[in-house]
Design a protein around this ligand. Structure first.
Ligand code: ATR
Length: 289
């Protein structure tokens, strides 16, 4: 990589930011397509978010990813926000379009692409979504109009109810919510074709945990987990053992990164290069533990 006076600067803002995988993914993609872009991590404390956005304008930073804890708050400092990000009340990608800061949210599109690229049929399918936090909301928004039926279960039931209500009104009559109880999960899994864990259950350091009992799983089910640390969660292990197709959390991460890349560069993202980069990064992070 050669930095010149013409190099466009992109990056990611968040706090903490030390463990971000985005620089590895994005720089690998820029290098692969020989684009004169560079991607850097920026640790931005909440009290400095407004200054950081001024910095983006002042320094002419071309694009940013936005991660915890700024996805909601950053919406107050942008000139324009696209429909999806507006519905979600959260932005994960900013494009500096000649001084106009435009906000997008690529999380849901990332999940949708991850499913489609892995050959999952969505049309007519009953989908069981666990979670109603930021990631779950983005996934639900993208999936609602593509699937036959969507059932959202969340520990805080009220959040699932509200999300289902909003989506029912705007995208699909057949979006409902239920309690995150063993009884409800078991019932919905009987005729669901796709199960998505969009909660943090199963994430390091609680890697052994799963909301779903292995005996409720079946070979015809597709299981996607958004958790990517560990790469294979307990839920995924159980699903694999039953002969079900599994899609890991890296896929959503790569495809949401790819969608951001396309917003900043106008080029098709080199998915395989991005996948290799993230797997390398995870391997070396694991090795240095
Ligand atoms: P993200 O942006 O990654 O989605 P989040 O908005 O904090 O993070 O959402 C975390 C999700 O995991 C929520 O759906 C949360 O459920 P609550 O809304 O009830 O808090 C879910 N979650 C986290 N820990 C959980 C647990 N032990 N059991 C069930 N759900 C859990």
């Amino acid at each position: 990589m050669t930095i010149s006076g013409k190099t466009r600067v992109c990056g990611v803002i968040g706090d903490p930011i030390e463990h971000t995988l985005s620089p590895a993914i994005q720089n690998a993609a820029f290098n692969n397509l020989k684009l004169d872009f560079v991607f850097l991590p920026f640790k931005v404390r909440s009290a400095e978010l407004e200054n950081a956005m001024r910095g983006m304008r002042g320094l002419g930073i071309h694009g940013l990813n936005v991660t915890m804890p700024h996805k909601k708050a950053v919406t107050g400092f942008l000139d324009e926000i696209d429909q999806t990000a507006k519905f979600l009340g959260a932005v994960n990608t900013i494009l500096n379009d000649d001084g106009r800061l435009c906000g997008f949210n690529t999380d849901g599109v990332g999940a949708l692409k991850a499913l489609k690229e892995n050959g999952v049929t969505l049309s007519g399918q009953k989908v069981l979504l666990l979670g109603a936090g930021g990631a779950a909301k983005a996934i639900a928004f993208s999936l609602a109009k593509e699937v036959g039926e969507l059932v959202i279960l969340n520990r805080a039931t009220e959040k699932a109810k509200e999300l289902a209500k909003a989506l029912k009104r705007t995208s699909n009559e057949k979006v409902t919510s239920d309690m995150l109880s063993p009884k409800a999960m078991q019932k919905h899994l009987q005729d669901a074709g796709l199960l998505i864990n969009a909660t943090s259950v199963g994430m390091h350091p609680n890697a052994g945990e799963s909301l779903i009992a292995a005996r409720w799983l079946k070979p015809e089910l597709v299981v996607m987990d958004i958790v990517y640390n560990p790469l294979e969660t307990s839920l995924m292990k159980d699903a694999k053992a039953k002969g079900a197709q599994v899609i890991n959390g890296i896929e959503m991460l790569i495809h949401q990164g790819a969608a951001s890349f396309e917003i900043w560069t106008g080029r098709s993202a080199p998915i395989e290069v991005m996948r290799k980069a993230v797997l390398n990064e995870l391997r070396s992070a694991g090795a240095s533990k």
